[in-house]
Design a protein around this ligand. Structure first.
Ligand code: NAD
Ligand code: DAU
Length: 350
């Protein structure tokens, strides 16, 4: 079946994996990657597919109603997979409004554009809103987030994502927009911006810089390999039921400090350092304000109803991830120096 799919935020970490997967797995689809190229958007992430005949990049902000209207008129997408967002919790603490603008206003503007572009003819259409487990808040005494867990966002980032989830569902109820939502746990893998825990630690270990562990390092996150999230998104987009929510996770909880020690051990081996050498770089720093203690996803619904499950173990995924960063030092250099921001000018803005 020929189909045009609009992916927002496709130049970011997870978005680039979703774009690559759909461009290569579905040559009969046209994939439109719409991205504003903020600091987190990096077209170098998509170098390997940028010349594919079924791939198009459009530089546009999801808050730009006129720009979105043109994109819908020109490309006539039948599906939207919406990943564009401000995604870093620490940034949301210093600038909450930026998160309201992109995550809330941007999502509502995109929902409006989809409804108007589809002119109420929703047969064969789908709006897929990609969200996070952080909307459920923080777990303290065991238990897992299920699709029925009440929303209890604790940071400006998660509050903005929760609001955007509510708008997607409200559009389904009010205008009968066919939608699906998924809420995923922490992702890790290649092309991850080194402001987030795992790529930051890999980059700092590599450069013999200190490894800042917030608080006592006892916070727990549930890690999923980004390519498994991309496969889950593919599954939900194609097999999910309209109006439903799917939690996605890797059954893989780690205390931050244990994870940092594991990374140090892997990197010692890869870099030929004496065992324990990298761990000497660990430094406990002031805790994140309002730091959520634990996230853990119950992913049984997507496993049972859609037949999805993670494809690799954490040990395997982490090793592959470290190998990727060590083999792609130029990518890291460009990201840390800011050179990646010239890629659009050099390759697209001719
Ligand atoms: P990211 O920060 O790496 O990428 C975000 C992308 O969105 C970038 O390419 C950026 O340029 C683009 N963007 C930002 N503002 C925009 C705007 N106003 N208009 C158009 N494009 C804009 O984020 P990520 O980690 O890849 O996360 C993608 C989505 O998945 C987000 O919605 C996030 O909330 C969600 N999510 C992330 C994780 C995770 O662990 N990273 C887990 C669960 C859910
Ligand atoms: O759970 C899904 C969420 O995971 C996504 O919605 C977010 O977009 C994504 O950024 C991620 O949020 P976290 O806040 O969990 O990820 P981060 O990598 O920023 O931090 C992971 C844990 O590590 C968290 O407990 C804070 C801690 N941390 C983080 C950094 C950057 C440190 O101890 N030191 C650090 O330098």
């Amino acid at each position: 079946m020929e189909r045009t799919i609009l992916i927002t935020g496709g130049a970011g970490f997870i978005g680039s994996h979703v774009v690559r997967r759909l461009v290569t797995r579905y040559p009969q689809y046209r994939i439109i990657n719409l991205d504003a190229l903020t600091y987190a958007g990096n077209l170098e992430n998509l170098r390997d597919v940028e010349n594919a005949p079924n791939y198009t990049f459009v530089k546009c902000d999801i808050r730009d109603a006129e720009g979105l209207k043109k994109v819908f008129a020109e490309h006539k997408p039948a599906g939207v997979i919406h990943l564009a967002a401000e995604s870093h919790v620490d940034r949301s603490i210093s600038d909450p409004l930026a998160f309201v603008e992109t995550n809330v206003l941007g999502t509502v503007t995109l929902l409006n554009a989809a409804r108007e572009g589809w002119k109420g003819a929703f047969e064969g259409k789908r709006f897929y809103h990609v969200s996070t487990d952080e909307v459920y808040g923080s777990l303290h005494d065991g238990g897992f987030f299920t699709e029925e867990t009440a929303y209890d966002p604790q940071s400006p980032y998660s509050a903005s994502k929760a609001a955007s989830d509510h708008f997607a569902r409200a559009d389904g109820n009010t205008y009968k927009l066919p939608f699906v939502v998924s809420n995923c746990s922490n992702n890790y893998g290649s092309h991850h911006f080194p402001e987030k825990l795992i790529p930051l630690m890999i980059n700092n270990i590599r450069n013999n810089k200190s490894l800042p562990v917030y608080g006592k390092g006892e916070n727990v996150r549930d890690w999923l390999w980004v390519e498994d999230h991309a496969s889950a998104i593919d599954t939900v987009f194609h097999k999910g039921v309209n109006g439903e929510t799917y939690n996605i996770g890797g059954h893989n909880e780690w205390k931050n400090i244990d994870l940092v020690h594991l990374l140090c051990r892997i990197m010692d081996k890869k870099l030929g350092r004496a065992e324990g050498e990298s761990a000497k770089l660990i430094s406990y720093v002031t805790d994140r304000a309002g730091h959520d203690l634990r996230y853990a996803i119950d992913a049984s619904k997507i496993e049972r109803e859609l037949g999805w499950k993670p494809s690799i173990t954490f040990e395997e995924g982490l090793e592959r991830t470290v190998d990727w960063y060590l083999a792609n030092e130029a990518w890291l250099e460009h990201v840390t120096s800011g050179a990646y921001q010239q890629y659009y000018e050099a390759h697209y803005a001719r």
